[in-house]
Design a protein. Structure first.
Length: 306
């Protein structure tokens, strides 16, 4: 589901809440055929049937559809909170609009500083999008975004990009997990237990696999696989395995050291990279925003010491 566009999820949620495809079309200001097409595409991407089909009616939600509906609402609400925290209720009239896309995992790093930046620069307003790398590549090619901040390796052939900072990464387990009792953790210790991947997109998983491979972890056993962050965190608390995360994310989640601990083994961080539309590279307002992000959103700790 990580490749599903936010728009298709919005159409799906609207169809469920409105009670029919026609009512959803009226709410969204699009055709009924477009609603049907979007939901069909969503079902194909997920490989699941979301509605039971009945001639002349929308039908009912399947069990998979019900689960997807709840998760989709939560995802949309989080995206709206991210944009709302930056945009507030300020009027957009007469202001310069800048569309900024960021990887979902970077939302916690940029949202609060950008809210302050917008308040200090009333001549602009930011429109923030939460996009994974694959979605960002498409949005950039279609010129639907001005600036993108994403996680990627140094070479990004699909996007002209530059390095902003390296985000530290740590391995975590519950305080009661056997790994948390060790003064030193080796790759052989990790291979005895299952890993809990935090899925986002294909490239993100490649970055995770690359970092684990650098410490000798390949073909690792998986304890639990989920695209739902809350389930990942709960599995970690229950001691089902260990996972990789950003220290700033763990701190932001308010996870206490008595519940979850960072394991004493160093893994390489992830590059945070920047892309800007060619026509905007010398735009003073864009450059001012990038300078601010570079100064205020990067981690304060030296990644080498993490």
């Amino acid at each position: 589901m990580h490749r599903t566009s936010l728009r298709r999820l919005e159409v799906f949620v609207a169809a469920v809440e409105a009670g029919s495809f026609q009512a959803a079309a009226e709410r969204l200001g699009i055709s009924q055929a477009s609603v049907s097409k979007q939901i069909r595409a969503l079902e194909e991407q997920m490989g699941k049937q979301l509605f039971t089909r009945k001639r002349g009616s929308t039908g009912n939600l399947t069990s998979e559809g019900g689960i997807t509906f709840e998760l989709a609402k939560e995802l949309i609400e989080k995206a709206e909170r991210l944009a709302g925290g930056v945009l507030g209720n300020t009027s957009k009239k007469g202001r310069r609009r800048i569309v900024l896309a960021s990887h979902p995992f970077l939302g916690w790093a940029i949202a609060r500083p950008l809210a302050g930046y917008t308040a200090d620069n009333p001549e602009i307003y930011l429109s923030v999008r939460a996009l994974n790398y694959e979605q960002l590549v498409t949005a950039y090619a279609q010129q639907r975004i001005d600036v993108g901040i994403f996680l990627a390796p140094s070479h990004t052939p699909e996007l002209p990009s530059s390095h902003l900072w390296t985000e530290p990464v740590g391995l975590y387990a519950s305080a009661a997990h056997p790994l948390s009792k060790l003064d030193r953790v080796r790759s052989s210790d990790l291979l005895k237990f299952g890993f809990i991947p935090a899925h986002s997109d294909r490239l993100f998983q490649e970055l995770v696999d690359r970092s684990l491979a650098q410490i000798g972890i390949q073909d690792y056993p998986v304890a639990l696989e989920s695209e739902h962050p809350a389930l990942t965190i709960e599995a970690l608390r229950l001691g089902l395995g260990y996972t990789g995360s950003f220290p700033r994310v763990v701190a932001g989640e308010g996870i206490h050291e008595s519940d979850v601990r960072r394991l004493p083994i160093q893994v390489s961080g992830f590059e945070v990279r920047l892309c800007v539309q060619d026509s905007l590279r010398h735009d003073p307002k864009i450059q001012r925003l990038i300078d601010f992000i570079t100064r205020q959103c990067a981690p304060t700790d030296d990644p080498a010491t993490m």
